[in-house]
Design a protein around this ligand. Structure first.
Ligand SMILES: Cc1ncc(COP(=O)(O)O)c(C=O)c1O
Length: 406
């Protein structure tokens, strides 16, 4: 008898779909394409030598422990280092005992879905929001309570109305700094309001912060976690954008019962994050290297951001708008209403440029005329060329003459 696999799969698999981003990563593997698609760091900045030396140190000094199973919570010296660094960098008061090391912050999102969401429970999230979070929550058959955004981030007044009306909101998910995909940053007033709402309604906020350190303009704003006096903010951090994503190392900051439940949820998933890589990351970080490295990344990405901004001002036709991304890795572009970014992408790939169409970041299926452009991965010369080609492609779709703007 042949097996009917589809019939056997659990209900929760129904919404598991290939993401636009992972699909596009296949297209951009072609060497002549300039990709503005992934959220990929610049590979030439990866501190390969530091990792080589760190692993040598691990093998020479601690090889047996590095190859052994270890505790689910994570390597204690790395957790102590992170607690001290978060206090210094983000004003977050925490301890190693509140930090759980994960396989990237993506695993943190999955574990949060696992411990909080029953089918039909709601997650309040920004429109647009991070695709990987939507995918993680989709697995647990979540529904979404969509909160609109503007240039000051999530509109917390709309969230308040929503929390008054909706009874099944279990989590509020927010990316307050240089959000993926929109590049937007939440204002201080809204951060304070959001933290107050979380405490008032008893709904935890998940603060996902992979880009917080990558600010190229303007003044830093306090993290939600640092404003949290009620203990209702769960913070997700990651090494992916400040050191390297390949090892898949991130962390969750949570306290009390939430922390304990996360540890219990991680055990059946993978028992623990790899011992050797946690030790090597600690070795790379412990003497202040990561701070210098972040400064170097900011210099390089800051320049790329400016190159992209100037190129968009020069080559994009009238009627195309973009967010004011003061940091992070992305510009968010709003095309004239009648343009479908997925159709534009087909044309763009013929011109050897790739980006991600914005619809995938909208849990309600809206955002057809939006697209996300990454500026961290390609060199300034390639970025300029890519925007030039994209400008031509948009112009053809818009059917208007290019007006070169200053
Ligand atoms: C907002 C956001 N959260 C989480 C992640 C996943 O990061 P990690 O590599 O730590 O799993 C990303 C990656 O791009 C992201 O943009």
């Amino acid at each position: 008898m042949t097996i009917n696999w589809q019939q056997l799969f659990a209900e929760r698999t129904a919404r598991m779909q290939a993401s636009d981003i992972r699909e596009i990563l296949k297209v951009i593997a072609q060497p002549d394409i300039i990709s503005l698609a992934g959220g990929l760091p610049a590979p030439e900045l990866f501190p390969v030598d530091h990792f080589r030396r760190a692993f040598e140190w691990v093998w020479e000094t601690n090889g047996q422990a590095a190859l052994q199973y270890s505790i689910t919570e994570g390597y204690p010296p790395l957790r102590q280092f992170l607690a001290a660094r978060m206090a210094r960098t983000f004003g977050i008061r925490t301890t190693a005992e509140e930090i759980l090391i994960t396989n990237g912050s993506q695993q943190g999102l999955d574990l949060l879905g696992k411990i909080f969401l029953d089918p039909g429970d709601k997650v309040a999230l920004e429109r647009p929001s991070y695709l990987g979070a939507i995918q993680a929550f989709d697995q647990y058959q979540a529904e979404y309570a969509i909160v609109p955004m503007d240039e000051d981030g999530m509109q917390t007044e709309a969230l308040e109305e929503l929390l008054q009306r909706e009874t099944r909101v279990k989590l509020i998910y927010a990316v307050p700094n240089f959000q993926n995909p929109s590049g937007r940053t939440m204002s201080l007033e809204r951060r304070q309001h959001l933290v107050r709402l979380s405490a008032k309604f008893g709904v935890p906020v998940v603060e996902d912060d992979p880009y917080g350190e990558l600010r190229y303009e303007g003044e830093p704003l306090p993290s939600l976690k640092s404003l949290d006096t009620a203990g209702s903010v769960i913070y997700l951090g990651t090494f992916s954008k400040i050191l390297a994503p390949g090892f898949r190392l991130g962390w969750v900051v949570a306290s009390g019962a939430a922390y304990e439940q996360l540890v219990l949820a991680k055990q059946p998933t993978d028992l623990q994050t790899a011992t050797a890589s946690q030790m090597a990351f600690y070795e790379v970080c412990k003497d202040g290297f990561v701070d210098q490295h972040v400064e170097r990344i900011k210099e390089v990405y800051g320049e790329r951001r400016l190159t992209m901004l100037r190129a968009m001002q020069t080559y994009f036709p009238e009627g195309v708008r973009w967010s004011n991304a003061q940091g992070g890795l992305f510009f968010w572009v709003m095309l004239p209403e009648h343009i479908d970014a997925r159709e534009l992408l087909v044309d763009a790939i013929k011109e050897k440029v790739a980006f991600v169409a914005g619809q995938a970041f909208h849990a309600d299926g809206s955002g057809r005329n939006t697209m996300r452009l990454n500026f961290s991965n390609a060199t300034p010369e390639k970025l300029e060329e890519a925007i030039k080609r994209l400008g031509r492609t948009i112009e053809r779709r818009v059917g208007v003459t290019n007006v070169v703007r200053g």
